[in-house]
Structures are given as structure tokens and as C-alpha cells.
Design a binder for this molecule. Structure first.
Ligand code: A3P
Length: 367
């Protein structure tokens, strides 16, 4: 692209979500519920959820056979509602993942890649282009403030805020493929990028995250609930298989399936795949200028974790989740931490369950 940083800002998506929805005066998310009553009414919602199995300690409900955070469920119902919830647009890109599988990283990489014309990634240190060093949105915002999480947004009655975003829009979900509306899954103009991770590392990461709210929760409790298919976003194998099968049906067009471990091993390759998939491949000039490497560096764990905005005390106006600060999303950022929390027998048990569930799919987490 060979940008000097002096070009006029291009008003096309994606733009940082928080810049569109935050009330400048108060610094909080403009909290007006959607006109048109997209959210289920209280009595309707009660009649839907009152008979569902629940796990009050983990704040989960088993909705349509999947264990979901209960606070997401009204949002999922709203998104699923034909004609009333989510209005897809040509060029929408949905980032999908199980919690703790690299969502924050994928949000950063996808945003930096898709917004690179308006916001060129800063070059390596030592480059004298100070303007670009300072002004990238990912240097002042947490990735969750750049890319909205759909079920949280709709659950807060803020789904219509998505309409204010210029195309192409970038959004994220933790919902299973089978729970998404056909307007997303059967839409050739709406692309999905999925990231999965070794379930053992996911469970360890989830435990550390949940402990911020429930400091006393034993690791074994979360591990057991994962093995039984009853922890957050479980069954986790259903989640992974739903997107895996969809990616096999149309790998070039509708679902790009990424793995956290592969992204760690070769992030530049993942960024190039992502760019091709969203129809914005890197030009020879961009390759020559090192734009891919600039994006990888901008979104790297060390870089993001150490930004002022992501230091432990920072609290996103979009997230607003008490126990979960911006810093909660950056812990170790590697592979294999499961070995510090599971005995070999526990690891073998979870591996065997996952292997059995994935049998015949062509997907495996055994190394
Ligand atoms: P660990 O807890 O194993 O360190 P999510 O974003 O889906 O909540 O996932 C969080 C996990 O991704 C955490 O894993 C976190 O440290 C890791 N992570 C966050 N940002 C990352 C980055 N830029 N690169 C690699 N891993 C990252």
C-alpha cells in the first residue's frame, strides 16, 4: 500500500465500534434500547427460559441444547428472530469462537487487516513515522471495543447500534453455528471466521477467567463440567464441529477455520489467509512494505498486553463487566498450560472424549 500516513481517512468499515456507540459526553455506551422491541418481553422471556436446565453458580442456561451464559440468552433470541433481530449486510464478517480460544486476538487481527487502508498498522520501532505509531485504534482501544460481541449487544437492547456501522462490518459471536440465524449461516455474502484451540488449554484459560468472579471455584469442578458437556458454551465439541463442518462445505467462501496453535506458530500465514478470505488480499506492494508483519506485531500478545489501555485496571465502556477488565483477556498467551493443571490421566480423559466426539470429521486435537 505504501501509505505515508498523510492520506485522508477513508470512511469505510470496519470502524472501532466504541467510537460509534459511546456517548461522548458521559463516556458510557449510549444506553437506549432498540425501538421496535426486538428483545423478548419479560413474560415471554420467562416462559421461554423458566423450564430450561440451569447452572446458577456458573450463571448458565441450557438453551436449545447448548449451555450458554444466561445473560446472553435474550440477545440470542433477539438475533434469531426472523425479520426482527439481526439485519445482515453484504460484506459482513462474523468472528466466531468458543470463549478463551483467541477471540481477542482474532478481533485485533481481523480489525487491523480489514481497516488497514484507513488505519495502516504502525511500522516497526525505529521507523520515524510518529503519526502512525500513535494513532492506530488498537493502540488506544481494547479489541473488544473495536469489534462488538453480538449476543451481548443485543442482550443489552443495543442491537440497532450495528446499523450505524459502515460496511463492511466486523462483529463477533460465541454462539454455536446451529444457533445462528439462517440469515448468517445460509448467506453467501456473510463470511464467518472461526478460531478453535486445544480444549485442554481452553478449559485452563476459562478457569483462570472464571476465578476472577468466583475465586473459590476448584479447577476440577470446571473440568468435570467440560467433560460432561455442561460448561460455558458446551458441548465444546458441538461448537467446534458445527463450524468445522460448515467450513468443509465451503472453505473458500463462507467459513474460514483457524486454529490458535497454528496462528501462534505462523501468524503471518494466518493474516494472509484472513485477508484473502475477506476479499482484501495483500498486494505485492503491501508485501514489499512489510504490512503483514506490521499487523502481526501490532496484534502480538506482548504488544497488546503491555498497552496502557489493556493494563489490568482498564475497563472497557463496552464490556462493563466488573470482574473482567481489559487486562483479563491477556494472561499467558501460549500453548500447553494444561500440563500445569491436569494430571496425565485427566488430559487423556478429555482428549479421549473429544476424539470420540470428533471421530470421522477429519479434525483432531491429538498431536
Ligand atoms: P491464556 O489464558 O491461555 O493465556 P479469548 O480472547 O477468547 O478470551 O481468549 C483468551 C486467551 O487468548 C488467553 O489465553 C489470552 O492470554 C490469549 N490471548 C489474548 N491475546 C492474545 C494475543 N494477542 N496473542 C496470543 N494469545 C492471546
Amino acid at each position: 500500500m505504501g501509505s505515508t500516513g498523510d492520506e485522508p481517512i477513508v470512511m469505510a468499515g470496519p470502524v472501532p465500534f466504541v467510537d460509534v456507540v459511546v456517548d461522548n459526553a458521559g463516556g458510557a455506551v449510549a444506553n437506549k434500547a432498540d425501538p421496535g422491541g426486538v428483545l423478548p418481553q419479560e413474560d415471554e422471556y420467562e416462559s421461554i427460559v423458566s423450564s430450561l436446565p440451569s447452572n446458577p453458580k456458573l450463571q448458565l442456561l441450557c438453551y436449545q441444547g447448548k449451555w450458554l451464559l444466561e445473560s446472553w440468552v435474550p440477545g440470542i433470541i433477539a438475533i434469531q428472530r426472523p425479520g426482527g433481530g439481526f439485519a445482515p449486510r453484504h460484506g459482513d464478517v462474523v468472528l466466531a469462537s468458543l470463549p478463551k480460544c483467541g477471540t481477542t486476538w482474532l478481533k485485533a487481527l481481523a480489525f487491523a487487516t480489514m481497516a488497514r487502508r484507513a488505519h495502516p498498522p504502525p511500522p516497526a520501532a525505529g521507523d520515524d513515522d510518529e503519526r502512525r505509531q500513535r494513532h492506530h485504534p488498537l493502540l488506544r482501544l481494547n479489541p473488544h471495543d473495536c469489534v462488538p460481541s453480538m449476543e451481548k449487544l443485543f442482550a443489552a437492547g443495543l442491537g440497532s447500534k450495528m446499523d450505524a456501522l459502515p460496511s463492511p462490518r466486523l462483529m463477533a459471536t460465541h454462539v454455536h453455528h446451529s444457533l445462528l440465524p439462517a440469515s448468517i449461516t445460509d448467506n453467501p455474502h456473510c463470511k464467518i471466521i472461526y478460531i478453535c484451540r486445544d480444549p485442554k488449554d481452553m478449559i485452563v484459560s476459562l478457569w483462570h477467567f472464571v476465578r476472577r468472579r468466583l475465586p473459590e471455584i476448584p479447577f476440577l469442578e470446571l473440568f468435570e463440567s467440560a467433560c460432561e458437556g455442561r460448561c460455558l458454551s458446551s458441548p465444546i465439541w458441538d461448537h467446534i464441529l458445527g463450524y468445522w463442518n460448515a467450513s468443509k462445505t465451503s472453505p473458500e467462501t463462507t467459513v474460514l477455520f483457524l486454529r490458535y496453535e497454528e496462528l501462534l506458530h505462523d501468524p503471518a500465514d494466518g493474516v494472509r489467509k484472513l485477508a484473502r478470505f475477506v476479499g482484501q488480499p495483500f498486494s505485492p506492494e503491501e508485501e514489499e512494505a512489510g504490512v503483514v508483519e506490521d499487523i502481526v506485531r501490532l496484534c502480538s500478545f506482548e504488544q497488546m498486553k503491555n498497552l496502557e489501555v489493556n493494563k489490568a485496571a482498564g475497563l472497557s465502556p463496552v464490556l462493563q463487566q466488573n470482574a473482567y477488565t481489559n487486562g483479563s483477556f491477556f494472561r499467558k498467551g501460549g500453548t500447553g498450560d494444561w500440563a500445569n493443571h491436569m494430571t496425565p490421566e485427566m488430559a487423556e480423559r478429555l482428549d479421549a472424549i473429544v476424539e470420540e466426539k470428533l471421530r470421522g470429521s477429519g479434525l483432531s486435537f491429538r498431536s
